[in-house]
Write a protein that binds this ligand. Structure first.
Ligand SMILES: Cc1cc2nc3c(=O)[nH]c(=O)nc-3n(C[C@H](O)[C@H](O)[C@H](O)COP(=O)(O)OP(=O)(O)OC[C@H]3O[C@@H](n4cnc5c(N)ncnc54)[C@H](O)[C@@H]3O)c2cc1C
Length: 404
């Protein structure tokens, strides 16, 4: 690559990526009197913050702890979460005018329901503290040059290079390439011979193909509160039928624990027992048809759809024990073998990333490459749906800021 500018900067560090982690790192570094330059590929900072939580930004979760994160090392995130807690997130945003409100399951959103307010906190603070932010600037590679790092990037159509003593890799993960996602974090780790754990789309809708596809498609738009589980974990939230398969929070949650070829199980009526319900009903209403009864419990559309797998033309009184067992299995242990997932275009996060073995859990600095730090989604720490991923991004950004 031809280079038009090579110079040693007087910044304490260059941060790559003006997402949640990079912005928090820039601001926290500023509080400590450290000057940073943030390089961002997009034409504006915080693109994913702006679309998060349906544009409302679920910026943390009241119950966040290391337990809601997937990582080869389940203990790794504990140090960062001890250094920057959920209370720290709440107080930080409150200090800059953002009050939180809990929607459900500990999920905290700004009272204004505006993700833009969250981004504005960072852009105002960066401006006030003189932290430099260059948008429309794509980093192409990072190299070690003596004690420094050379950051190669394109800006204003020009290829340029800057030297810096420290690099913060906050370039995110692979989801949503059209919003600026690149593999720079993973590529840089590999270049410095650091391990990267297997990556895959996570918090992602699951697809159904083949003979069952039409069955799911007919239910497109139907949403149900369910318990969804596999051999590792269980979630109780809504599922949503779509014309290509399954989505909704419970499906997104389980998707992070699902591997191709595996089954997932759905209890369509959690906390109730369909056999007991039918037995009670038939004491007074034995002539009621099964389909009519199921229509009271679910939407008519859904009851009709599951009826094609049940003795729906029977009335409740005439259901045999075998019928009841069949109904119970279908309602309480509905089995699904997804064909795949909707990929990085629809995933909320990436599972896997830079191996935690390669990083100090206390500082997030690469053990083999002093001065190189990794935070946010490019690290093998992947949160559940519900504000957990931002909590990791804020915490890791804070930790790195203390150490650059
Ligand atoms: C639709 C959607 C909704 C979500 N909603 C929520 C939610 O409500 N709550 C929650 O906790 N999490 C949510 N997430 C997940 C959350 O957005 C991420 O976990 C979080 O943004 C990760 O922060 P990060 O700073 O590591 O990466 P990012 O926020 O992705 O930031 C990385 C930045 O680096 C830039 N970049 C990448 N490569 C380069 C390069 N080569 N040169 C220069 N810049 C580069 C990118 O453009 C990007 O701005 C959502 C994700 C999606 C996709």
């Amino acid at each position: 690559m031809s280079t038009n500018l090579t110079k040693q900067t007087d910044f304490d560090a260059i941060i790559i990526g003006a997402g949640a982690c990079g912005l928090m790192c820039a601001v926290q570094a500023g509080f400590l009197g450290k000057r940073v330059l943030v390089l961002e590929k997009n034409d504006q900072p915080g693109a994913k913050i702006l679309i998060s939580g349906g544009g409302r930004c679920n910026y943390t979760n009241l119950y966040a702890s290391a337990q809601q994160f997937i990582s080869k090392n389940e203990h790794f995130s504990k140090s960062a979460f001890a250094q920057w807690t959920v209370d720290d997130t709440i107080s930080f945003f409150e200090a800059y005018g953002i009050e939180g409100k809990e929607k459900t399951l500990g999920q905290l959103f700004p009272v204004s329901d505006k993700a833009k307010d969250v981004v504005n906190v960072f852009t105002s603070l960066c401006a006030d503290m003189g932290q430099e932010l260059w948008c429309d600037t794509e980093v192409v590679k990072v190299e070690k040059v003596g004690d420094s790092f050379a950051v190669h990037f394109t800006r204003n159509g020009k290829e340029q290079k800057l030297l810096t003593p420290k690099i913060v890799m906050a370039a995110g993960g692979l989801p949503i390439p059209k919003m600026g996602a690149t593999d720079l974090g993973l590529r840089t780790a590999r270049k410095f011979e650091m391990k990267v754990t297997e990556t895959a789309p996570a918090l992602v809708p699951l697809t159904i193909t083949g003979k069952d596809q039409d069955w799911y498609a007919q239910l497109s738009g139907n949403s149900l509160f369910c318990r969804v589980w596999n051999d590792q974990i269980s979630f109780e939230e809504n599922i949503l039928f779509t014309h290509w398969g399954l989505s909704g929070p419970a499906i997104l949650q389980i998707s992070s624990y699902w591997r191709p070829g595996e089954w997932i199980y759905i209890d369509l009526l959690p906390h109730q027992n369909i056999v007991e319900l039918i037995q009670q009903e038939r004491e007074t209403n034995g002539k009621k048809m099964l389909l009519a009864y199921l229509s009271n419990l679910f939407t008519r559309k859904f009851a009709e759809a599951i009826s094609d797998r049940l003795p729906a033309d029977k009335n409740l009184a005439s259901l045999s024990n075998a019928d009841l067992e069949k109904i119970s299995a279908l309602i309480h242990e509905f089995k699904v073998k997804p064909a795949g997932d909707k990929g990085y275009d629809k995933a909320e996060v990436m599972r896997g990333g830079v191996s935690t073995d390669e990083l100090s859990s206390k500082t997030l600095e690469a053990k083999k490459v002093p001065g190189l730090f990794f935070g946010g989604e490019c690290v093998d720490v992947t949160g559940w749906l519900g504000g957990y991923n931002f909590q990791w991004a804020w915490a890791s950004g804070f930790v790195i800021a203390q150490n650059i």
